[in-house]
Design a protein around this ligand. Sequence first.
Ligand code: ARG
Length: 246
Amino acid sequence: MVKKFVATVLASALIGGSACAATLNVGTEATFAPFEFMDEKTKEVTGFDMEIIEAVAKATGDKVRLHNMGFDGLIPSLQAGIIDVTVAAMTITPERQKRVDFTEPYYQSGLTILIRKADAAKYTDLKAFEGTRLCAQIGTTGAMMANRVKDAKVTEFNSITEAFMELKAGGCAAVINDKPVVDYYLVRRGDDSVMTLPQVFDAENYGMAVKKGNKALLDKLNEGLKEIKANGEYDRIYAKWFGTKQ
Ligand code: ARG
């Protein structure tokens, strides 16, 4: 028993090279298909982000332990040391960069506005939403944009799914959210009662975030990202979830 334990420790030390294989405590918020969401069949969190972090961890010789939590809890959990890294379709923003460090961008995104089809004539641009009720997910760039609309009343939901439901129920004029997530929802749910405005707002880049100053982990993650981009893993995962290359 003891021998076996020693052998295992030795083996993992060797595989990890100079640094021992570590367990990465990864934080996410898994209502954000196709980036992170619950697979109804397996009851496990799946998606583009999850496959990217698994591939990065494989490249760096680490293991992933997932922590699913509220989106607004991710940065505080990093700061408290409860998680090591967030992989949560999180946009790199100057405001967040003051609080955490981001890896190189790993996905290019943008915001879109989802409305009920019945309202198509009423809402044609952002200005039309002044004084209306808007829905978004709590703490997201979509919520930030909604809060910049003059006199808008913004309701921030824990999950984006709730925001979609509220829109359908007539509780708000629009949902502001990441375009790839809205597009996925429209196609997957085959929802005919809602549509997006043609404009895409705010070019955004997703990055993984670590606690400010955790340079060792940041360098390691960037190395891993570089490797999976070089060895074709990134492209394979991208094609699986989005069909075409970015
Ligand atoms: N990209 C947006 C942001 O950073 C939304 C991210 C929401 N992610 C999630 N896993 N729910 O604010």
